[in-house]
Write a protein that binds this ligand. Sequence first.
Ligand code: ADP
Ligand code: TPW
Ligand code: MG
Length: 571
Amino acid sequence: MASESQSAAVMTDGFHLVVDALKLNGINTIYGVAGIPITDLARLAQAEGMRYIGFRHEQSAGNAAAISGYLTQKPGICLTVSAPGFLNGMVALANATTNGFPMIQISGSSNRAIVDLQQGDYEELDQMNAAKPYAKAAFRVNRPEDIGIGIARAIRAAVSGRPGGVYLDLTAEALSAVIDAETGKQSLVHVVDPAPRRIPAPEAVERALDLLATAKRPLIILGKGAAYAQADQDIRSLIETTGIPFLPMSMAKGLLPDDHPQSAAAARSLVLAQADVVMLIGARLNWLLAHGKGAQWSPTAQFIQVDIEPTEMDSNRAIAAPVVGDIASVVSAFLAYVKPGATKVSTEWLTAIAERRKHNTEKMAVQLAANPSPMNFSSALRVIRDVLADKPDIYVVNEGANTLDFGRNIIDMRKPRMRLDSGTWGVMGIGMGYAIGAAVVSHQPVVAIEGDSAFGFSGMELETICRYELPVVIVVFNNGGIYKGNGVNPTGGSDPSPTTLMQGARYEKLIEAFGGVGYSVSDPQALTLALNDSLASGKPTLIDCIIDPKAGTESGHIQNLNPKNALSSMK
Ligand code: ADP
Ligand code: TPW
Ligand code: MG
């Protein structure tokens, strides 16, 4: 017997190789939903010391993976079962690609021979090809000896250049195939330098700084690419050394504190309309910036764009000084030349911005000071702002329409990458996934400020939050509807209007079902108490915050994007 076991070769299988390959590359968490054919992969990952976070829906698992990628610069892993589970995860994968978050969706798939002949296998779908249009890259592994290379390619594709969502298909056959352990070990790849620096060309740096030196009314716009780059200190030095006003896009809030004297956030329309040279750092000229043209922008403004993706240049408007490179390298190259006083920011420009900022801040202060009953968006958000004011290490997740737009303007951020929101697509459904991902990677508390409609898209993950005992506080802005709660059915019939949700819903009862803490609040004092208590307790909590059903506006601040109904004036 002894000699027999000595001579028997030590074997491994696809499941072990996947876990070994992830661990070898420093990946220690998987977000997913278990089932055929990946249940044993999740079990094994846990047995081998990885953290496995099991969700109620793959979209939320994918969103958690994506946001963990954004926060850590390591691809977040989402694990899904074949066909329907795979497709449920795809919205999150597409959203990650759209936002530039690195994640890898690993999905088991059915028997390829049967799938390719469309013979009706269990959960049959040609997943790799279905994923391609929505992923930055899509790969399929058919043999256990290719798992190491497959994971290496997926990691590189996710984090190098502009980050994005990568799909990795693992056939059930490859997962269960057995090979010699030593051969398996040799097949694993430790990815060296997965996101190599991209040093900008010296002439591009010079062109950009020459243009900047001609500016009288310069502006720096910081996007979530700048936040992602983790070049926080250098970006701050660039802004403070040059004295140029800056405008943070929503997820770049906090890269420099919102109360920084050079922030032009409260003078947004003025600076867009009047800046003569605009430097974009990790921000695209997409719809969120009106494509860089039209009434909001000066037609003669000239642009410097810092981005790792060369094809982003001139995508919407001519870029006079493109600087292709990674933000950390580009900003440090700028800093080598930029000396205090080198840019001539005109005093009139700074004065105009300061005046507009003062004016707008005072206007907002009046709105914020009002105490309507029931509460409106401003009065409820004022409470949250005040409670969070001395707690800069709390993550803020935010989605909805009015809840999002008011939230972005009212809640100040003080540290980088702490605001996580609907992003480039303005998508609903990221809330609980982002909250869970942020809590898991940071071990910090999260406050998720959610429209009642927005919350519904991922609400069942309350159970996940309670099961893992995560320090997440959800504030549901309950106005009884999409945008507003007072929509009417024009026929007078009993069906609610298309934008109406349950009136008087008690969202706090949902979390109580899972052992979490629920509050229902209808005035600022009660909201203050509930939020302070829940943050002090660290327990999963949902605060149902009753908001005037009449308070919102259609589509929040982007009503102009609704196609006009030429034939009627229905509301
Ligand atoms: P926002 O919505 O905040 O304006 P976007 O998502 O539109 O930001 O733009 C982010 C940009 O940042 C993308 O074009 C992306 O290519 C770029 N980017 C992301 N990471 C880096 C990096 N490390 N270096 C340079 N550019 C980056
Ligand atoms: C995946 C369309 C945009 S905003 C919104 C929807 C349904 C909800 C707004 O209501 P909410 O906020 O959350 O109650 P509030 O404060 O204004 O009342 N499906 C997806 N994404 C989007 N963006 C939509 C639908 C939408
Ligand atoms: Mg609502």
